[in-house]
Design a protein around this ligand. Structure first.
Ligand SMILES: Cc1ncc(C[n+]2csc(CCOP(=O)(O)OP(=O)(O)O)c2C)c(N)n1
Ligand SMILES: [Mg+2]
Length: 396
């Protein structure tokens, strides 16, 4: 796994330097960050108070609001369960979405069935919204398959670990949608760190020039493994879009209503031929980069604690309670569903069969390739050598 290897190398290399930097100047690090509250679209404050925004409105029924809460709670439960399974040795690695539930559920619920999504490796909440069975997300992290679902059955592409590359796939796909004359849109997820990749710049250029129906959804969770956002940009990320010729907006990424409203508007813009848009969801990665990472090596506890107060689930809960849209029976039902999901995830993962070791050679090329055939034969011979050795050992 590229993520795991890189995280480990990076931490080993920079561990001591980071510890010194953290002790010396957390305040300095904060001061050099791009202004946080700059033009942030917010519809629900951290205290759970509903506020209006001149450009982005939303009017949801109590039923829909309860649905968003349920989505976020179940997604968090699934994610916590996966982290625990990794700690128990059932998964090789896990990339937690803790803290990013509102960004993912808000944007995911803005999609239409015929829209197409290109995720990174952390979009478990979006996968949930697309109807991908959560247990299917775990096969790759257990190392028993190379993806886990058919992208075309839910219009949700496979997880992509090569940082930023999926934005190009999304742009190409969106150009295809345009050529087909369809009126669907494409939603491409990427992170603050990915914003520094050439692939992302290229996809911005192409989508702008071709007016492709793609929305770029950047979850700025403040960190790219151990690199803070100020190492990626000197201006707020959403402002980058302007230089490429399309609009960018920064939304409170911990506010599910704002994320839904803004993504809905951006997708509608794309569908109606108005071209790409960049949405920067300003949020926070509450956990480690992956289970191979130890964030205490490079970031201050005060920072994480400050973001706890902006918890996306808590703020919606406060709003629902204040409005009287929920009661004990509702919370009990969500809790029951959550426990059942946790149990199902544990049971399914533990029962996942080991893969056929030759399966790695499948699907490399659509029509086969001489080099792959050669490698397959070599590997088969290598494996057979163990069987021969076993026979020889028995004979002795
Ligand atoms: C092309 C490439 N370079 C480097 C890596 C190693 N890597 C894995 S995750 C990561 C950080 C990505 O940060 P960000 O885009 O902010 O996403 P986040 O993990 O915070 O969701 C890096 C550098 C990679 N997987 N692919
Ligand atoms: Mg990040």
């Amino acid at each position: 796994m590229t993520v795991e290897g890189t995280a480990q190398r990076k931490n080993t290399r920079s561990g001591s330097k980071r510890t010194t930097a953290k002790k010396a100047s957390p305040a300095k690090s904060k001061a050099t960050r791009p202004a946080e509250q700059d033009e942030l679209v917010q519809l629900l404050t951290p205290e759970g108070k509903r506020v209006e925004h001149p450009e982005y409105a939303i009017d949801l029924s109590p039923e829909e609001l309860r649905g968003l809460y349920r989505d976020m709670v179940l997604t968090r439960k699934f994610d916590a369960e996966a982290t625990t399974l990794q700690r128990q040795g059932e998964l090789g690695l896990w990339a937690s979405l803790l803290g990013q539930e509102a960004a993912q559920i808000g944007s995911g619920r803005a999609l239409r069935d015929d829209d197409y999504v290109f995720p990174t490796y952390r979009e478990h909440g979006v996968a949930w919204c697309r109807g991908v069975d959560p247990t299917n997300l775990l096969g790759m992290f257990r190392g028993v398959n190379h993806g886990g679902w058919d992208p075309n059955s839910n219009n949700f592409h496979l997880y992509t670990i090569v940082i930023g590359s999926q934005t190009l796939h999304a742009t190409g796909y969106a150009m295809g949608v345009q050529k087909d004359g369809a009126d669907s849109a494409v939603l491409a997820y990427f992170g603050d760190g990915a914003s520094s990749q050439g692939d992302v710049a290229e996809s911005f250029t192409f989508s702008a020039v071709y007016n492709a129906p793609v929305v770029f959804f950047c979850q700025n969770n403040q960190w790219a493994i151990s690199e803070p956002t100020e190492r990626q940009t000197r201006v707020p990320l959403y402002q980058r879009a302007r230089g490429f010729g399309f609009p960018g907006v920064r939304v409170d990424g911990n506010d599910v209503l704002a994320c839904l409203a803004v993504t809905r508007a951006a997708l509608e813009r794309a569908r109606t031929g108005q071209g790409p848009m960049l949405v920067e969801a300003f949020t926070y990665r509450m956990g480690a980069h992956t289970t191979s990472d130890d964030p205490t090596k490079y970031r201050a506890d005060e920072e994480t604690r400050a973001w706890e107060a902006k918890d996306p689930i808590l703020r919606l809960r406060r709003y629902l309670e204040a409005e009287g849209f929920v009661d004990d029976a509702y919370f009990a039902a969500v809790e029951e569903e959550s426990e059942a999901l946790g149990k199902r995830v544990r049971d399914v993962v533990r029962a996942m069969p080991d893969p056929d070791t030759m399966a790695i050679f499948e699907n490399v090329y659509a029509d086969g390739h001489a080099l792959v055939d050669e490698e397959r034969a070599q590997f088969a011979a290598y494996q057979a050598s163990f069987a021969d050795a076993d026979v020889a050992a028995e004979e002795n």
